[in-house]
Design a protein around this ligand. Structure first.
Ligand SMILES: Cc1cc2nc3c(=O)[nH]c(=O)nc-3n(C[C@H](O)[C@H](O)[C@H](O)COP(=O)(O)OP(=O)(O)OC[C@H]3O[C@@H](n4cnc5c(N)ncnc54)[C@H](O)[C@@H]3O)c2cc1C
Ligand code: FES
Length: 291
């Protein structure tokens, strides 16, 4: 995961777009410095600016996308903080601390499988775009409870996407842990063109397979998973990644008060003890988490 070297700052930002995306709300605001610095997987501590002190504390919200000087966030209104954010309209102002956290490590090679669950898909559009821009083959697997949430898949522009809903109202029906092993195996199996690549260079991470399980042409490419979603989804994904020998980075959800490592309110249990999701995460290697 990438280290954060630049101290975050507090900004007062005008909202220039606020529109529903199914049951979520997409909000765009002007924040030149944040847009210049933010990396995929980083987050912001955000609250509606103004007289009201309710809620007092900002909420952690992932950077959904960047566009020139604009920062976009996608909000699922579930409690006081997010309901207040979803109520923002053009001309309102946001108080923004960030960018915060480590973000995903984009330095790997080979095909990338981007996996999102529910509002956890929000920061992954930026990630998928950044991975594509680095020349990685990218496939997205997004799971939601219902169609009203799944329409957010439209925000993943120009990406190869598989969508699943628990009630089958959009895309495939079921949890993403069901198609995940098959998609991973498909991505890791090399076709003839990959075999040539494997022989000539390792730019897509292809290596000769030694067990024949991965099939076509006897080649195996090490896929890397990037995921954000509910803990249960990430735990299942971690097991599946391990079974397939795939590396996985997971962005962990935590309730946060300060967002900068001071209050210890966001700790996550890892195999090396407790770590702060805000300053040492939110992205961890799946193998680091004590599931
Ligand atoms: C790095 C990061 C990025 C995020 N990105 C986004 C994003 O892009 N968009 C988005 O909409 N959300 C995002 N979230 C989630 C959001 O910050 C939380 O859901 C936040 O708690 C919402 O605040 P709230 O006041 O609206 O709701 P809350 O009052 O905090 O309640 C939200 C949910 O959490 C439950 N809850 C409340 N307190 C606790 C507790 N102490 N322990 C366990 N459960 C509790 C509630 O029952 C409810 O279901 C992100 C979280 C993190 C850590
Ligand atoms: S939110 Fe305070 S230490 Fe992480």
């Amino acid at each position: 995961m990438e280290d954060q070297h630049i101290p975050a700052s507090l900004f007062d930002c005008p909202v220039v777009e606020s529109r529903p995306v199914g049951s979520y709300r997409l909000i765009s605001f002007v924040a030149r410095e944040v847009a210049a610095l933010a990396r995929p997987g980083q987050f912001l501590m955000v609250r509606a600016a103004g007289q009201s002190l309710d809620p007092l504390l900002p909420r952690p919200i992932g950077v959904h996308e960047l566009e020139s000087d604009l920062v976009k966030i996608l909000i699922e209104p579930v409690g006081r903080g997010t309901i207040s954010l979803a109520g923002l309209r053009v001309g309102d102002r946001l108080s923004v601390l960030g960018p915060l956290g480590n973000g995903f490590d984009l330095n790997g090679e080979g095909p990338a499988l981007v996996v999102g669950g529910g509002i956890g898909a929000a920061p992954l559009a930026f990630l998928a775009r950044a991975l594509s821009q680095r020349g990685r083959e990218v496939r997205c697997l997004l799971g939601f409870k219902i169609r009203g949430q799944a329409v957010a898949a439209e925000l993943f522009r120009n990406q190869k996407i598989d969508v699943y809903t628990e009630d089958g109202s959009m895309g495939g029906m079921g949890l993403i842990s069901e198609p995940l092993p098959g998609i991973l195996a498909e991505m890791q199996a090399g076709g003839p063109e990959n075999a040539i690549s494997a022989a000539g260079d390792s730019s897509d991470g292809a290596i000769p397979a030694d067990d024949g399980e991965t099939g076509v042409a006897g080649y195996h490419r090490a896929a890397e998973i990037f995921a954000c979603g509910p803990d249960a989804m990430l735990a299942a994904l971690s097991g599946i990644a391990g079974d397939h020998g795939a590396k996985a980075q997971v962005s962990m959800a935590a309730h946060m008060a300060c967002g900068v490592g001071a209050c210890q309110g966001c700790v996550i249990r890892t195999v090396d003890g407790y770590r702060r999701a805000c300053s040492e995460g939110p992205v961890f290697a799946a193998g680091e988490i004590a599931w």
